[in-house]
Design a protein around this ligand. Structure first.
Ligand code: HSE
Length: 423
């Protein structure tokens, strides 16, 4: 039996979940992997806080050095979240010859090269499967199962809170505000849900996921982002009448001009495998040039699902003879990113219900080479009417320019939403 001594930085939801899994599945892990995991010290902010986890108070400490400077601890699992002090603690652990396991997408996506370089130069490991899609081993699959492939595209639902909100709006016609409130009451969304609803949480995760998938560094600043706050039940209802389901998607593709990476609400056909991903679940749909389409589905958050990925990383790290490094980071291979990408689009306008409006809009669309696939006018009210267009594939930049011009037409009262459609 190989005994591995671990220190935890943090014991919140995920840290507590990882601790409980280690205790609960001790026999299975010992039998299968020949490893005994001993959690020796756990850094917490408040020793007296009541916790759901079975982690005993005696191993808790408020001093990071009890974890980072203990020579017996060979693996440090970081659960603090955010960039500092996580970055400083992770670097300290790596430089002290300890392997680090982290669930922290913010520190990883923001300081990845620095952390990977520190791990490689010290000959220790940096493991982060839990940082993307919680319990779904999507990063591990890229590293250990799909290496035979060149990945050409990935599309994912990798934020459970927003998927829960969009599902509630779609199924129950709830307003965005009420669906968000419910997500908060259920403990899904944070008290400050900005990271989730703005799409920033997805940007962090897509930066990590797409960099690994395409073997080049895709920094967070390079990813186009649009959140879900402007979505209304009307959009979801109008989309449904066209056979479309709305999801907040992370999209990354290899194209002839480079890599495109973007995060935004997106309509997909009701028949698309991602359309059936409901509530707080996550899924990642990948295409590899050998395997073809493959989809991974599961819980993207929560104490035990995310803890499952963390404990798996601890076992992988403890079993490894040598550690794997992302060579694109060590060799500083940067993505050739393209800001221009193509998509079909859904456009919802509020227009004056009078002759010539459609012609004015169509003239602008045609000037930008944008071809209309369908146009539906919904019930007029007080002389204005919602007008919904679906347009064929066009560059996002041409679409934006056309929309700016359409918004200036006096007959157009509002451009309510412009949403990409992925077929
Ligand atoms: N807040 C995230 C979500 C989980 O709702 O999926 C942590 O990344």
């Amino acid at each position: 039996m190989h005994r591995v001594t671990v220190g935890f930085l943090g014991c919140g939801n995920v840290g507590g979940g990882a601790y409980d899994i280690i205790q609960r599945n001790r026999e299975e892990i010992a039998l299968r992997d020949g490893i005994e995991i001993v959690v020796k010290r756990v850094l917490v902010r408040d020793l007296n806080k009541v916790r759901r986890s079975s982690c005993p108070r005696e191993i808790m400490t408020t001093s990071a050095s009890d974890v980072l400077d203990d020579p017996e601890i060979s693996i440090v699992a970081e659960f603090l979240g955010g960039i500092e002090p996580s970055r400083t603690y992770i670097l300290k652990a790596l430089n002290a010859g300890k392997t680090v396991v982290t669930a922290n997408k913010a520190v990883l996506s923001s300081c990845w090269s620095e952390l990977e370089t520190a791990a490689a130069s010290n000959g220790v490991g940096l493991y982060y499967d839990a940082s993307v899609a919680g319990g779904i081993p999507v990063l591990k699959n890229l590293d250990y199962c799909l290496q035979a492939n060149r990945i050409d595209s990935l599309v994912g639902i990798i934020n459970g809170t927003t998927n829960f909100i969009l599902t509630k709006i779609a199924d129950e016609g709830m307003s965005y505000e009420n669906a968000l409130k419910l997500a908060q009451e259920k403990g899904l969304a944070e008290a400050d849900p900005t990271m989730d609803v703005s799409g920033m949480d997805v940007v962090y995760k897509l930066s990590i996921l797409a960099s690994l998938a395409f073997d080049c560094h895709i920094p967070i600043e390079a990813i186009y982002r649009q959140g879900i706050a402007a979505i209304t039940p009307d959009d979801i209802r109008f989309g449904a009448s066209l056979g479309l389901t709305l999801k907040l998607l992370a999209v990354a593709k290899r194209t002839q001009t480079g890599i495109e990476a973007h995060v935004h609400p997106t309509f997909i056909p009701d028949t698309h495998p991602l359309a059936g991903i409901r509530g707080a679940f996550n899924a990642v749909f990948l295409n590899g040039n050998a395997v073809g389409d493959i989809m991974l589905y599961g819980k993207g958050a929560g104490a035990l699902p995310t803890g499952s990925s963390v404990v798996s990383d601890i076992i992988t790290a403890a079993s490894a003879k040598t550690h794997r490094y992302s060579s694109f980071l060590l060799k500083d291979v940067r993505a050739k990113l393209t800001e221009e990408w193509e998509s079909c689009f859904y456009i919802r306008l509020t227009v004056c219900d009078e002759p010539g409006v459609l012609a004015s809009i169509a003239t602008i669309l045609s000037r930008y080479g944008i071809s209309v696939a369908s146009c539906v006018q919904h019930n007029a009210n007080d002389g204005t009417a919602p007008l919904v267009f679906l347009v064929h594939r066009v560059s996002n930049i041409a679409m934006r320019s056309a929309i700016d011009e359409i918004a200036r037409l006096p007959e157009v009262k509002a451009v309510n939403n412009t949403i990409p459609v992925e077929y």
